[in-house]
Design a protein around this ligand. Structure first.
Ligand code: SF4
Ligand code: SF4
Length: 414
């Protein structure tokens, strides 16, 4: 095992391979607050990549209803129980967050890699192989809230007594992927150009160690080929080699199809030591590292996942802290009272399919003053401008959405 630095944990940790980082890292932000659970993303992925024989149960993108739903069933509860059984606690010292190298504080518990080693498991990481039954019904418990029968009181933000939320999931293209560490054939690799994690179908022999050890359960076994497969981040689109993209890096299908406009995907520039190069006008860098409004899913597992979530405002905080770590309160506070710049950058979600590498904000007039938590908050009609990989403007959106009135002669037409 090598020592590597995991900034999401604010400390070094053990991993099978020494540090080796890509030039760019695939990353995304999902705004849970806006998801309507329509599953358009799920179907966009399924109809593109997993419509063939032997792939019937493969949902590389899925949207599950928390707290009860999960695909495979109960994947996170099972993993948390396993990890807690070996290494009780999973505690954080979040008292001194803020540093670039430890923005959420320091994780004091053990990761899935460390716990496996200390417990002398034969595996690289704590994990389990889901049963066939658990791979059925990808939307089990959809829209099922807690306390539906017992709570008849109307509730108010910030927390609801009756609640559920949608959790959108793809492979996290982790910085320290458990699937890569698990594979005895070294068939899984992380691309040096964009950090996308792929399974080499020629080398894979279907041992399913990746299925067992990925804590997010994102590699899936295909019986018709006897190999494992997983989300490929629509890499032809991301690298700009898909004919549709005209040579420009484009977002993955699940991102581009999102009806709720909750997804923003991009590439962040990486330094050789694995830190993110400071790039405050890269929208992903800005949201995740500057504003800290989006957080990694179960960072305590230790894989340094690269999909980040704006946590739902109405859910009890202990539940969210377990899921997203100690940065939850600051992230929700930043989202409830967004800074002027954040108000503008949030408009970039689903404004274009082309990956935005840089943004600029042109300031406009104040259009309103609202009350948030008893404090006044000004709203401005600023304009956010997005630039592609070649530095060319590809999108321009204002905070105040334009209003169109249909002319009387077209009222009944579509
Ligand atoms: S989410 Fe799982 S499959 Fe994806 S890179 Fe991370 S460990 Fe590998
Ligand atoms: S398409 Fe967007 S809004 Fe619809 S379920 Fe997927 S993430 Fe949610």
């Amino acid at each position: 095992m090598a020592q590597v630095y995991n900034w999401q944990l604010g400390r070094e940790m053990e991993y099978r391979f020494p540090e080796a980082h890509p030039k760019w890292q695939f990353a995304a932000v999902f705004n849970i607050n806006r998801c309507i659970g329509c599953q358009t993303c799920t179907m966009a992925c399924k109809s593109t990549w997993t419509f063939s024989e032997g792939q019937e149960h493969m949902w590389w993108n899925n949207v599950e209803s928390k707290p009860y739903g999960g695909y495979p069933h109960n994947w996170d509860v099972k993993l948390l129980q396993l990890l807690n059984g070996i290494s009780p606690g999973m505690s954080w010292d979040g008292s001194q967050p803020g540093a670039l190298q430890a923005p959420y504080g320091r994780y004091e518990g053990e990761t899935i890699f460390e716990a496996a080693k200390r417990a002398e498991l034969p595996d690289t990481a704590v994990g389990y192989l889901p049963t066939d039954e658990e791979w059925t019904a990808p939307n089990i418990y959809e829209d099922t809230p807690v306390n539906r029968a017992t709570s008849t009181q109307a509730t108010r933000l910030p927390e609801h007594k009756t609640w559920f939320f949608y959790l959108q999931r793809i492979c996290n293209h982790c910085t320290y992927p458990a699937c890569v560490a698990a594979c005895p054939r070294n068939a899984i690799y992380k691309r040096p150009e964009d950090g996308i994690v792929l399974i080499d179908q020629e080398r894979c022999r279907g041992y399913q160690k990746c299925v067992q050890e990925c804590p997010y359960k994102k590699p899936m076994y295909r019986p018709s080929t006897r190999t494992s497969e997983k989300c490929i981040a629509c890499y032809p689109r991301v690298e700009g080699s898909d004919p549709l993209t005209n040579g420009l890096p484009m977002e993955a299908r699940c991102m581009a199809a999102c009806v709720g406009r909750i997804r923003l995907q991009g590439l962040v520039p990486m330094a050789e030591d694995g830190t993110w190069k400071p790039e405050p006008t890269n929208p992903l860098y800005y949201l995740i590292r500057e504003e800290k409004v989006a957080l990694p899913l179960y960072p305590q597992f230790g894989t340094e996942p690269n999909v980040y979530y704006i946590p739902p405002r109405w859910v009890p905080r202990p539940y969210l802290r377990q899921m997203f770590g100690p940065g939850v309160d600051a992230a929700i506070a930043a989202y409830r009272r967004p800074s002027r710049r954040l108000q503008a950058v949030l408009q970039l979600f689903r404004a274009t399919q082309t990956i935005v590498f840089r943004f600029d904000v042109k300031e406009g007039a104040q259009i309103a003053e609202v009350q948030v938590d008893g404090q006044p908050m000004a709203l401005y009609d600023d304009v956010v401008i997005g630039f592609d990989s070649r530095g060319k403007e590809v999108v321009r959106v204002s905070v105040k959405q334009p209003f169109f009135e249909r002319p009387a002669q077209y009222l009944n037409s579509i």
